[in-house]
Ligand binder design. Structure first.
Ligand code: ATP
Length: 307
């Protein structure tokens, strides 16, 4: 059974009279990697800040590990790690010293946790190098190391790959997968880089102008975005018989009285066209269709996305 780790119900945040987060509902189950996807200014950071207790909502309810009261959540947040906006890193300290500082500050008694976090993010070999000399990618990794210090069950990452080079992006993606696979860490990660999100998340929540437009599993989205042959014909009934009897497939969907979507990848469209012509079935149009995450998002918000 799905165990709910986090739940937002009708959460609204206003700045002056403007609703930057508007009646947001979101459920996250243990073990999920949820991608919060939206353009700049959509409200992603504000949502993460409210979950982390860094900002208050104006209305609605946040349930964290089953707790809804603010006082109880203070305790529950020890089970959560977050990297929101720029990580608070001390430039005049090494990676290890930074982690040691946060370990003590958070009352984490396990001294090994520093070594483990350094190892997980691949910063073990940085030795005496001061954090101010780190590349952006290294700083980001250190920020993630700080977030995962107490082996959190839930990890919030706000645009963790922003500004990183391709190699660092791959490493951070692998790290998220590793934490999820080995520790069953639940991850909520925000980004406007859709291509990257499609390689990380197993559930997506699309946000636009402070509103969640849709939350959908990667599996369901794949189904929706799957490439298919869109066929428009004069005689749908006869065409379905040809598909079943001549091409031995039932992997299609009748959309209307002139449109069929065929999902069978093995079906040869040239042969199908020949058969339809032989049977004197009028073909209105025939072509491959499908969407990627980017197309899906653009369609959802009804406009062009920004990068
Ligand atoms: P980005 O990736 O650009 O940070 P985002 O999706 O994370 O985008 P938010 O940072 O949550 O968006 O901002 C949502 C909206 O709320 C923006 O229009 C922003 O200008 C506004 N906003 C955020 N924080 C404040 C604040 N402290 N005071 C006033 N307005 C704010």
């Amino acid at each position: 059974m799905n165990e709910k780790v986090l739940s937002l119900r009708g959460v609204t945040k206003k700045y002056k009279s403007r609703r930057v987060v508007n009646e947001v509902n979101l459920d996250i189950n243990r073990g999920e990697i949820v991608g919060l996807i939206g353009k700049n200014g959509a409200g992603k950071t504000t949502i993460l800040r409210m979950i982390a207790g860094l900002a208050d909502s104006n209305s609605g309810e946040i349930e964290l590990f089953g707790k809804t009261s603010k006082s109880e959540q203070v305790n529950e947040r020890k089970r959560m790690g977050s990297l929101i906006e720029n990580p608070a890193i001390y430039g005049n300290m090494t990676a290890k010293q930074n982690l040691e500082y946060y370990r003590i500050q958070r009352g984490i008694t396990d001294k090994e946790s520093v070594k483990n976090a350094l190892k997980l993010v691949g910063l073990t070999d940085t030795g005496n190098k001061l954090a101010k000399k780190f590349s952006l990618g290294m700083k980001q990794k250190l920020g993630i190391a700080i977030a995962i210090l107490g082996s959190p069950e839930l990890l919030l990452l706000d645009e963790p790959i922003n500004g990183l080079d391709p190699m660092a992006i791959v490493q951070i993606r692998e790290l998220i997968h590793k934490l999820n696979r080995e520790n069953n860490t639940t991850v909520l990660i925000s980004s406007h880089i859709l291509q990257e999100m499609s390689m990380v998340a197993n559930k997506y929540s699309f946000i636009h102008d402070g509103k969640i437009l849709e939350t959908i599993t990667a599996e369901k989205l794949e189904e929706k975005c799957q490439l298919f042959l869109k066929l428009r014909v004069k005689d749908v009934k006869q065409t379905t018989l040809i598909l079943e009897n001549t091409f031995n497939t039932e992997n299609f969907k009748v959309i209307s009285n002139e449109e069929i979507h065929i999902f069978d990848n093995d079906l040869n469209s040239d042969n199908l066209m020949k058969e339809l012509i032989n049977a004197e079935i009028g073909i209105i149009s025939m072509g491959e269709e499908g969407q990627n995450l980017e197309d899906y998002f653009i369609n959802l918000i009804g406009g062009v996305s920004n990068e």
